[in-house]
Design a protein around this ligand. Structure first.
Ligand SMILES: Cc1cc2nc3c(=O)[nH]c(=O)nc-3n(C[C@H](O)[C@H](O)[C@H](O)COP(=O)(O)OP(=O)(O)OC[C@H]3O[C@@H](n4cnc5c(N)ncnc54)[C@H](O)[C@@H]3O)c2cc1C
Length: 288
């Protein structure tokens, strides 16, 4: 089913994001995660794509097994930076053969060695246009409530978001954020730009200190005072920090649902227990 139709049918839509294991590691681990999350009955599962020199095979394999063996709609991520048009066409043919209908079309991060290299793609909007032209896919795109890291102004980022929607993106999933007020403000600004497709908040629970540091280096998101004091209080106690991270995510989700968001996209980080607790305790699903 096209994900755009899922957003028309349900509210709030629950989607879970998983990532393939590192190259050389068996896919079994991700399927163990999916086994543990299956009874949450997500409306769809998205599978990330590690762009740096890896093939899309593992993402496609996982996405097609999610649909066939877990009877759950899947969303395959696809990045275009560093790929030629021919390579992308091949990937799209493969996705079509495997019956994958939904694609999250991304540019991907630019590796340093690519900076001066000739490229077939510069921005995600080019990939979106190409996929949308094939008509048999439903395309989604990424959104950044605090602006993309390369972007100097949020208004520039919103212009880009509008071009992604105009190119054919039918739903948008955001980068993680920890202050809901930033998301609400972004949503308002997106509506003012006539961006009418579902704009879905991406929520990442903080489960350990290393993860926080990595996130801050990669995305430059704001940390509210409440979260900062949580880090201070629990920085030497990994178990309590993870518990507090779960509580924080639950509060964030409950507030977003009360405000009427169209969906919640949970970055699971392939964790089972914490994700189950978050989903049940924020009433996104009932525990049987
Ligand atoms: C929900 C979500 C899922 C993700 N999944 C993955 C994944 O699976 N694998 C992965 O490698 N990465 C993933 N990413 C990260 C993403 O690849 C990076 O953030 C990347 O740097 C930008 O990708 P994009 O598709 O947003 O790019 P774009 O939309 O192309 O934007 C990139 C930058 O270019 C600017 N820009 C766009 N168009 C123009 C233009 N015409 N002129 C000038 N500037 C312009 C934008 O403002 C922005 O600063 C994900 C991100 C999100 C939010």
């Amino acid at each position: 089913m096209r994900i755009a139709d899922i957003y028309k049918r349900e509210k709030p839509v629950l989607s879970l994001e998983v990532f393939p294991p590192k190259p050389g590691y068996s896919l079994k681990t991700v399927f163990r995660t999916l086994d543990g999350l299956k009874d949450l009955n997500p409306s769809f599962v998205s599978v990330t794509y590690a762009s740096q020199g890896e093939s899309t095979d593992r993402t496609v394999q996982i996405a097609s097994r999610v649909r066939d063996e877990y009877s759950c709609e899947s969303l395959a991520h696809l990045t275009c930076i560093g790929h030629s048009k021919d390579e992308v066409t091949q990937v799209l043919d493969n996705l079509e053969t495997q019956g994958i209908v939904n694609i999250l079309a991304l540019r991907g991060d630019i590796p340093e060695e690519f900076v001066h290299r000739k490229r077939d793609y510069h921005f995600a909007s080019e990939l979106i246009k190409e996929i949308a032209a094939r008509e048999n896919f439903c395309v989604g795109a990424a959104a950044y409530p605090e602006g993309h890291i390369e972007s100097k102004r949020i208004s520039h980022d919103l212009d880009n978001l509008k071009s992604k929607v105009d190119a054919g993106a039918e739903f948008l999933i955001t980068q993680l954020f920890f202050d809901n007020r930033i998301f609400y403000d972004f949503m308002e600004r997106a509506h003012l730009r006539n961006i009418k497709v579902p704009l879905v908040p991406g929520i990442m629970p903080i489960l350990n200190y290393k993860q926080i540091k990595r996130i801050l280096m990669m995305c430059e998101v704001s940390i509210p005072a409440k979260l900062l004091s949580m880090f201070d209080k629990y920085s030497h106690d990994p178990g309590d920090l993870a518990k507090a991270g779960v509580e924080y995510a639950i509060e964030q989700i409950q507030d977003l649902v009360e405000e009427g968001v169209e969906g919640i996209h949970l970055y699971t980080m392939n964790r089972v227990n914490q994700v189950r607790e978050i989903v049940f305790r924020s009433n996104l699903r009932e525990q049987q």
